[in-house]
Ligand binder design. Structure first.
Ligand code: FES
Length: 229
């Protein structure tokens, strides 16, 4: 089954994410190196592809990543609080000699790819091919799109090539489960019908604890969120 270009994710009032368009669903695991730094993604279990499915948003389902109706008994408050403005308006630029590192900290899902080699926010200020390549790689691995690397001379944005799909993030180094990684430019529509800016990569909260719903803000780490009960 092909993923449909019409695929989208609908946020429901205090309920799950309704996914349509046969978007492929798979585990996506953050791979850490021997120093514990996040360095790569590893795709794991692929779920059977359905035209429509409902993913847990409250964190309480017994059949994660799918919704089982537990948001009702949990009295989940899924009020969406994210600012409805484009990324470029909200983000700040860290300007280096070769690259601009655009940064919207509120979107941070704490996947930590930007920490390696001294931190993308420091490296971007350095000259040289190695620093440029590292900043680009770190920005492209960022699942939430908090960071974007932009070529200063040409204005080109370096974006990873991501298929239309949804990832269920696992973070074994921290011993937690993470957000939904929405990839390839899937529209996300709020419960009241607003379509958030369509981006190549965003992360949606599925632990129920984010203060920036529907987006992940890294709270799943402090909350020790797990996929199992
Ligand atoms: S999954 Fe990251 S804050 Fe909920």
């Amino acid at each position: 089954m092909e993923a449909s270009e019409d695929g989208k994710i609908k946020v429901t009032v205090n309920g799950p994410y309704l996914v349509s368009g046969a978007l492929p669903l798979a585990r996506q695991t953050i791979v850490a190196d021997d120093d514990g730094e996040s360095v790569a993604w590893s795709e794991g279990e692929r779920y059977h592809q359905h035209p429509h499915y409902a993913l847990c948003r409250c964190g309480a389902s017994h059949t994660k990543p799918f919704c089982d109706g537990s948001h009702m008994s949990a009295a989940f408050d899924g009020t969406e609080t994210a600012v409805r403005a484009p990324y470029d308006e909200l983000a700040e630029d860290i300007v280096g000699p070769d690259l601009i590192l655009r940064d919207e900290v509120v979107l941070c899902a704490d996947a930590r790819f930007c920490h390696r080699a001294g931190g993308a926010w420091n490296l971007v200020k350095q000259e040289g091919e190695e620093a440029v390549e590292t900043v680009r790689a770190e920005a492209e691995l960022c699942p939430s799109g908090r960071y974007t690397a932009i070529d200063r001379e040409t204005g080109e944005r370096h974006e990873p090539d991501l298929p239309l799909s949804v990832g269920i993030v696992a973070d074994p180094h921290e011993g937690v489960a993470g957000p939904l990684w929405v990839r390839g430019g899937v529209p996300v529509e709020s419960a009241d019908g607003h379509v958030y800016e369509v981006r190549n990569r965003v992360t949606l909260c599925r632990c129920g604890g984010s203060s920036n719903k529907p987006f992940c803000d890294g709270t799943h780490l402090e909350a020790g969120f797990h996929d199992d009960e």
